[in-house]
Design a binder for this molecule. Structure first.
Ligand SMILES: [Zn+2]
Ligand SMILES: [Zn+2]
Length: 174
C-alpha cells in the first residue's frame, strides 16, 4: 500500500459499482458541530446547491496527471487536497459515481447533481480520508502541492509545479 494514493485513482479498469451498495448508509453530516472558529476553509459547487466546510488544514496536497483525472477535470491535471473525513461538513446532497480500482478498492467521487461540479472523492483503501478538489474552495490560495504524480501521463502542454517532487506514477511506498 502506497503511503500516498492518487485521490482520483488511476486505472482504466472501470467497474461500475452502484453507490447504494457501498454508501447507502452514508450520512454527510458531521458528528461534531463546527463553529465558525473551527473552520479552516469553505467551498461549494458552481451553482451553490452543495456547499461544505473543512475544520482543519489538509494533510497532503498533490497535482495528479493520470488520465482519469484528465477526464474528470477536462484539464491536464487535477489539484487535490486530502483531509480527514471527520473534518468535512457538507450542506446539500451530492451525487456519487463509484468504480473499482485495480487494487480492488472502490473509488467514489461526489459531484453536484445540478451543475456537475466535481467536489470530493474517497476510497475504501483509505477509510476516514477524503479528497477535495482545490478549485471547489471559495479561497484556494493556501493550496501548495507537495508532489506531482503520474507525470508519465502528463500532456506536453500541461504545466505543474516543478519545485516539488514529481513521480512517473505513484510515489514509492514509505
Ligand atoms: Zn451545483
Ligand atoms: Zn489521478
Amino acid at each position: 500500500m502506497c503511503a500516498v494514493w492518487c485521490p482520483f485513482f488511476c486505472t482504466r479498469n472501470r467497474i461500475e459499482t452502484p453507490p447504494s451498495r457501498l454508501y447507502a448508509d452514508r450520512d454527510f453530516s458531521s458528528p461534531e458541530t463546527n463553529t465558525m472558529a473551527d473552520i479552516f476553509a469553505s467551498g461549494g459547487c458552481l451553482c451553490g446547491a452543495v456547499t461544505f466546510t473543512v475544520a482543519a488544514p489538509p494533510t497532503v496536497m498533490s497535482q495528479c496527471c493520470c488520465t482519469d483525472c484528465q477526464h474528470i477535470s477536462g484539464a491536464g491535471h487535477l489539484s487535490i487536497a486530502r483531509f480527514k473525513r471527520g473534518d468535512l461538513e457538507v450542506s446539500g446532497q451530492p451525487k456519487t459515481h463509484s468504480m473499482k480500482a485495480d487494487s480492488g478498492n472502490a473509488m467514489t467521487r461526489y459531484f453536484c447533481p445540478d451543475c456537475g461540479s466535481r467536489l470530493f472523492s474517497e476510497t475504501t483503501g483509505r477509510p476516514g480520508i477524503i479528497g477535495i478538489v482545490a478549485g471547489a474552495f471559495d479561497d484556494n490560495s493556501w493550496f501548495k502541492p507537495d508532489m506531482v504524480i503520474f507525470k508519465s501521463s502528463q500532456p506536453v502542454w500541461d504545466i505543474t509545479s516543478c519545485d516539488v517532487p514529481g513521480y512517473e506514477t505513484m510515489p514509492p511506498p514509505t
